[in-house]
Structure formats: C-alpha cells, structure tokens
Design a protein around this ligand. Structure first.
Ligand SMILES: [Zn+2]
Length: 188
C-alpha cells in the first residue's frame, strides 16, 4: 500500500500538489519547504556561474524531454529531440559526471549546455537532492563543485598561472591574485 502511494506520488503531478499543500500547513512541512527553497536558490546560483545566459533560459523554460527521463543509478539518461544527456554523480571528474552529445557542449565544455541545465534541474527537483542533504554536500552538489573547481583550474592554466608563480590553493588566493593582476595593470 505504502509503495503504491510512493509510486503514484512520483508520477502524479496533481497528487504531488495536493500533498505539498497539506505539508505546507504543518510546521515540519513549512521548515522543509523553506529548506528546499533556500537550497534551490543556491543550486541556481551555481548553475548561473557555469552557464551562458541563453542556455540558462532554454534550459529552464524551453527544452522538453522527448521521453520520460530515466533516473537510475549510477547513470541517468535524459533524452531531447536531437540530444541525449547522461549524468553520473558517482564519478569525480567533470567529463564523467556531466555528459551531453550536443555540439555546443563539445565546443565549450567550460559552460553547461541548455540540455544539461534542463536535465540537472529535473533531477534536482524530482529526486530530493535539495533537501537537508544538500548542506552535507550530496553527490550532485559535489559534482557541481568539482565542475566549478575544474573550470577555475582550466582558466588559470590558460592564463599560465601555476603554483610556481605563487602557491594558489584556495579561492581567496585566486581572487587576491586576480585583483592583484588588475591593480598591476592599472598602475602600469
Ligand atoms: Zn547539450
């Protein structure tokens, strides 16, 4: 019986809305909704840091799945008209976690393509990555953090900023380095 309910809840949007309404009326429900809202905001901020504006808009508002997204562990498959996304949050390297076969992502893997935005957002919202576990860095959050870290490393590499030029270990030092570079440029 309980499993039936869970199955129905995961499929039926009307039932989801009804349950949410009931939950919101309780203290536990209110706290839960606030946690999700706060974490979703943080999630969106991370996505905006690694996605071009037009891909964010297409990702959140335009893209449609052509089949019901398949969430399975370790690899989820999400299909669009001409492209397929594979997500594997068990992996540690960006290229193993976030995969899309579109040309845009192949050409610029520093930024997420719109398909990846749609796919990650769908998984975030439908599989409780945004609940209390978000703060403990669940697999999705760790994957996104890895993505940002790898991107920073690639950019620093392109700028030829290596540890030889001064040990850069964390983001504060990177920011100091970058603002230092700007100051030097302004002075010269
Ligand atoms: Zn794509």
């Amino acid at each position: 019986m309980e499993q039936d309910f869970k199955d129905k809840l995961s499929q039926d949007k009307t039932l989801q809305a009804q349950v949410l309404d009931v939950l919101k009326g309780t203290e536990v429900g209110k706290a839960y909704a606030e946690t999700i809202a706060k974490n979703y905001f943080e999630f969106i901020k991370i996505l905006t840091n690694c996605t071009m504006d037009d891909d964010l808009i297409n990702g959140f508002f335009k893209n449609k799945f052509t089949e019901d997204p398949k969430y399975s562990k370790p690899v989820s498959e999400l299909k669009f008209d001409y492209n397929t996304v594979h997500l594997n949050f068990k992996c540690h390297e960006k290229r193993d976690i976030f995969n899309c076969d579109c040309i845009k992502y192949a050409e610029n893997p520093l930024q997420l393509c719109s398909h990846l935005v749609t796919a990650i957002d769908h998984i975030f919202r439908s599989h409780s990555y945004g609940d209390n576990f978000w703060n403990d860095s669940n697999r999705m959050k760790r994957g996104l953090e890895n993505l940002l870290r790898e991107n920073i490393e690639i950019i620093l590499d392109r700028l030829d900023i290596t540890e030889e030029h001064g040990a850069i270990k964390d983001e504060h030092e990177i920011m100091d380095f970058i603002s230092g570079t700007i100051k030097t440029k302004n002075n010269s």
